[in-house]
Ligand binder design. Sequence first.
Ligand code: SAH
Length: 519
Amino acid sequence: MSSFSQPGIVYLVGAGPGDPGLITLRGAECLRRAEVVLFDSLANPQILEHAPPSAELLCVGKHGRTRIWSQDEINARMVEEARRGKTVVRLKGGDAAVFARIAEETGALLAAGVPFEIIPGITAALAAGAYAGIPITHRDFASAAALVTGQENPEKEGATLDWEALAQFPGTLVFYMGVTTARQWSEALIRHGKPPQTPAAIVRRCSLPDQFTIRCTLAEVAERMESHEGQRLRPPAIVIIGEVASLSPALAWFEQRPLFGKTILVTRPRGQAIDLQRRLGELGAEVLLQPAIEISDPPDWTPVDDAIERLSEFDWLTFSSANGVRFLLDRLVSVGRDTRALGSVRLAAIGPGTSQALAEYRLRVDLQPQRFDAEGLAEALCPDAAGKRFLLARASRGRDALPRLLSGAGGIVEQIVVYSSTDATQPDEEIAEKLADGRIDWITVTSSAIARSLAKLFGEQLHKARIASISPITTQTLRDLGYEPAAEASHYTMDGVVEAILAGNGVSGRGPGRIDRRR
Ligand code: SAH
């Protein structure tokens, strides 16, 4: 903090329609500097991860248990924080200025002499166009588009919307906030001459994993909203009215992705799940995270530190996981050494994820087996093991196949525990509830330790979802625990798990992009 009194500033930022990737670079940059964030209920809370942990996060719209702030309260708080010198982000759903009462907010800031900046966002109409595959100004059908509020009662005296003009409007109409009032505004349009057969598309929760689109006619909009799957459709939804809404649903790429509509539970440790989460998310799945195990420092560093001093005495250093690589090499640095301590020791990695972790430390592996498990690694090392010294960097628990096989082949084996792996003790309540209700389609099980922990966390409920296992060994553990996986990876990697799920869903072939392989 500087010693002179620095004036605060308010950034009015558009958060985009829902997908956290749809905020602008500038918006994310403002969030990274924020000391106070006032956010709407329509702004995806995941976006708040851009804000520093020290930032004060205030939800001003309804989000679970919170109450809704009045506009005056929001204005007053922004002014107050900025006057105290704070950097304030006012995060608003969609665009910061489209049906967003921005004039009230900037008015209060101007009156108080507080500087501000407005950072636009992707407004729901444009997002719906992109994510439902409806180009709202397709040149053959519409040369204009109007953004319309559904909140103006057409029956009311002195209404500012000219319904006759809207009914004649030569282009696409996009209605915001029109769910509860659908009957009024759709009937008003028809009454003023808009053909009832005009194509319409209702897009709910656009850009989110549970987005859905209803295609109908203008005359049907109200009825479709009032009885969607037996109940009234809940906001937020946007309605596109015009010829463009009749364009081929083949453009609706978002809802056609292979895992769209599926909910998948990822169970890797926190901090190591992101690649798998991203890959499944890009294939359309809603991805939930329930870490089944937690990774932390080993109970005792002494044996590790001791081995670090003697690294050059070994012929081979083997790693059975990316975690092992990170914990050992980070330790090396924190005890004041660097990778030269490795000397001429040769490096073996169990699989591609582990090799990749070494590559992140600018280290090339000397050996990675064809088969990515302990037996595969042993098979590759054993022929030349006799009399060689092996240092095995391992977890606090795990299988003993590698040391056993190497010793059996005449190797001199020393093991060091470089990280602890412990079971999660408490399942996330919401996730447990979803699983019990059958609302989770797949659970990824990417190690035997995860399988055992999940069995303890969820018990019988695990039968309610399909299990995707990473390898035959994990499958065997699952079977011993009484669970039969619905799919097993043929490559024992995260990509392999994704492929197994795709195949298990009756989808062949791969989507675009790929993830880092980690294990
Ligand atoms: N500033 C926002 C609009 C706020 S008004 C924007 O620019 O998008 C709230 C209305 O926006 C909702 O009633 C709904 O009509 C629309 N909306 C916001 N997010 C939406 C989403 N993800 N999917 C569909 N409609 C959405």
